[in-house]
Design a protein. Structure first.
Length: 250
């Protein structure tokens, strides 16, 4: 396994031992009754901190969101919308994973996860403080890196007139490393909104894509392109999405 293949593996693990900053741009197609398009940019710095024989790997997700407020001609059917597009900051999520400093082919991390009501517009967040447990398990068996990230959160404070939050997230991830830093990858984000009506609780994407790790002017980085079809989705959820990711290692 060459140097670029080993570099690619560092981009594929959520329990990295170096600082990682991915910029993940998602486009969602077929949203709502008018088949609108929504956009989500997640800026997710991952910073490891040594604590003796253990590490704390902090992961912060900063979302920038753009969504359509309504479908032209259906304003009366969607209360509380004023037309146009809502664009701004969403709710920031912070998770510190406690993980053993020395790991073999299999590694794990556990920690609390908290979501802050930082959204700049009503449509872009829950207006609730939420928290709960999170865990990640991963394995490295050359040329494959894979695992799963799990999280459950409940709201505990926030706007009294906003609905409560009870949401589950599961993200299985797998990458098959090829030569020259190229890799095949899949990392669908599956969610369940336990507060939603039956038939509208789950979002289950299926898909994947391709990426490459490389060094540009002494800067390690990777580019990834993926596409997912939502085989299970809420009534007003997107039919499919694309995901473009640029990631840096420091």
């Amino acid at each position: 396994m060459g140097a670029t293949e080993e570099l690619a593996k560092k981009f594929q693990t959520p329990l990295t031992d170096v600082v990682s900053v991915p910029f993940q741009y998602n486009t969602f197609f077929g949203v709502g009754p008018g088949n609108a398009t929504s956009h989500l940019l997640n800026i997710s710095p991952v910073v490891p901190v040594r604590l003796g024989d253990w590490h704390v790997v902090t992961r912060t997700v900063i979302p920038v969101i753009s969504v359509s407020r309504f479908t032209p001609g259906l304003e009366d059917e969607i209360p509380g919308t004023g037309g146009g597009t809502a664009t701004g900051l969403g709710d920031i999520n912070f998770t510190p994973f406690l993980t053993p400093g020395r790991t073999g082919a299999v590694s794990w991390g556990l920690g609390p996860s908290i979501t802050l009501p930082t959204s700049t517009m009503e449509e872009l967040g829950s207006k609730k403080w939420s928290a709960g447990p999170s865990a990640v398990v991963m394995f490295r068996f050359s040329p494959v890196v894979g695992g799963v990230l799990l999280r459950q959160q409940w709201s505990f404070a926030g706007g009294r007139h906003h609905p409560g939050v009870s949401q589950f997230l599961m993200q299985p991830f797998a990458s098959y490393n090829l030569s020259g830093g190229w890799f095949l990858t899949s990392a669908p984000i599956m969610t369940a909104n336990w507060e939603a009506q039956p038939g509208n609780k789950w979002l289950v994407p299926v898909g994947g894509g391709v990426g490459r790790a490389f060094i540009l002017d002494h800067q390690p980085m990777s580019l990834t392109a993926q596409a997912y079809y939502h085989v299970i989705r809420p009534d007003l959820g997107a039919e499919w999405q694309t995901r473009l990711t640029m990631q840096f290692l420091f």
